[in-house]
Ligand binder design. Structure first.
Ligand SMILES: NC(=O)c1ccc[n+]([C@@H]2O[C@H](COP(=O)([O-])OP(=O)(O)OC[C@H]3O[C@@H](n4cnc5c(N)ncnc54)[C@H](OP(=O)(O)O)[C@@H]3O)[C@@H](O)[C@H]2O)c1
Length: 280
C-alpha cells in the first residue's frame, strides 16, 4: 500500500510517520512539497506519485484567527480539490476532521456518535464541516476521522505554546496557581494513539464513512489540567473557572465529547496521558 501523508511535519502527521506499519510505502508531504491551496499542484503531485491512500492532516485550525477566506481555502476548497484528484487516480482519502463540527449542545454527560448531526458554531468548524461534505459528495472511498483536543510530541504548528499539555506543564513548573475552564467538556487525545488508530482503520476491515478516533472518555479542561499536574509531580494549585473568565469572540462548543462506536478502540485519556508524560 502506497500512502501519502499531507501535513507530515505537523503534530498528527509526524506521529503517523512514527506509527507507520512495516510494508507501507510511505510518502510524507510537507507544505513545501504540496500546498493544498494550489489545485494545480495537487493534481501534479498526486498524478506523479499515484498513492493508494492519501491522509490529509493539513488544516487551518487556530480558532482565534479572523481570516475566513483562508479557513475555507484550506479546510474546504482544498478538500474538494483533493477529493477530485483522488477520484482521478482511484485513491482513498483519510481526511482528519474535528469535534468542532458539532455545536456542543448535547446533554452534559453525553458524547457525539459518528452519525450525530453536525452544526458548527465558528468559522473553523463551518469550514471543516464543509470539507467533510465535499469529500462525502465527491469520493465514496473516504474515511472522515474526527479527532479532538490533540497533544503530541510535536506541538501543533497553528497554536502558540504547542498544545495544552505543553502549556500546562510549562506553567505548572512556575508553581503559580492555574485557573482553568471547568464548563467545557471534550475528549483529549494523544496524537500517537490517533495515528495508531488510523493505521488500524486502513489495515482492518472497516467500511468507509465517519470515525471518531479519540481517547476513550471525556473531561473538562480543568480536569485535564489537574491530571497533567498530578501525573507530572508538579505542585501547583489548579482552580476551576467558567469559560466566561476568559472572554473570547469565538463561540466554542460546550460539550464536544466524542464517542467511538465503530472504529479501532483507543485507550482512556487518563492512561494515554500517563504514558505520554512518562515519555516527555
Ligand atoms: N490540534 C487540535 O487540537 C485538533 C483538534 C481537533 C481536530 N484537529 C484536526 O487534526 C488535524 C491535525 O492537526 P495538528 O494538531 O496535527 O495540526 P498541525 O500540527 O498544525 O499540523 C498541520 C500541518 O498542516 C500543514 N499545513 C497547513 N496548511 C497547509 C497547506 N495549505 N498545505 C499543506 N500543508 C499545510 C502545516 O504546515 P506548516 O507547519 O507549514 O503550517 C502542518 O504541518 C487537522 O485537520 C485539525 O483540523 C486538530
Amino acid at each position: 500500500m502506497k500512502v501519502a501523508i499531507i501535513g507530515s511535519k505537523g503534530q498528527l502527521g509526524s506521529d503517523l510517520i512514527c506509527a507507520c506499519p512495516s510494508g507501507v510505502d510511505l510518502i510524507g508531504l510537507t507544505r513545501n512539497e504540496l500546498d493544498i491551496t494550489l489545485a494545480a499542484q495537487i493534481h501534479e503531485v498526486l498524478n506523479c506519485l499515484k498513492p493508494d491512500v492519501i491522509i490529509n492532516t493539513a488544516a487551518q485550525h487556530k480558532p482565534e484567527e479572523d481570516n475566513a477566506e483562508l479557513y475555507f481555502k484550506v479546510n474546504a476548497i482544498a478538500v474538494r480539490d483533493l477529493a477530485n484528484a483522488a477520484k482521478e487516480i482511484g485513491a482513498t482519502i483519510v481526511h482528519i476532521s474535528t469535534d468542532y463540527v458539532f455545536d456542543g449542545k448535547q446533554p452534559w454527560d453525553s458524547s457525539y456518535s459518528e452519525d450525530a448531526k453536525t452544526n458548527p458554531l465558528n468559522t473553523y468548524g463551518v469550514s471543516k464541516a464543509a470539507g467533510e461534505t465535499y469529500l462525502r459528495n465527491i469520493l465514496p472511498q473516504h474515511y472522515i476521522v474526527r479527532v479532538a483536543s490533540l497533544y503530541g510530541q510535536t506541538g501543533a504548528s497553528g497554536k502558540s505554546g504547542g498544545n495544552f499539555v505543553n502549556i500546562i506543564l510549562n506553567k505548572a513548573k512556575l508553581g503559580e496557581p492555574l485557573k482553568v475552564i471547568d464548563d467545557i467538556r471534550m475528549s483529549p487525545t494523544c496524537t500517537l494513539d490517533a495515528a495508531k488508530g488510523i493505521w488500524k482503520l486502513l489495515e482492518g476491515d472497516y467500511s468507509f464513512g465517519n470515525y471518531h478516533l479519540t481517547n476513550a472518555g471525556a473531561c473538562t479542561w480543568f480536569e485535564f489540567a489537574r491530571k497533567i499536574v498530578e501525573l507530572s509531580g508538579e505542585s501547583c494549585e489548579v482552580i476551576p473557572v467558567p469559560h466566561t473568565a476568559y472572554p473570547s469572540k469565538i463561540c466554542r462548543p460546550l460539550n464536544s465529547a466524542l464517542k467511538n462506536t465503530k472504529g479501532p478502540a483507543l485507550t482512556t485519556w487518563q492512561d494515554s496521558l500517563k504514558y505520554f508524560l512518562e515519555s516527555v
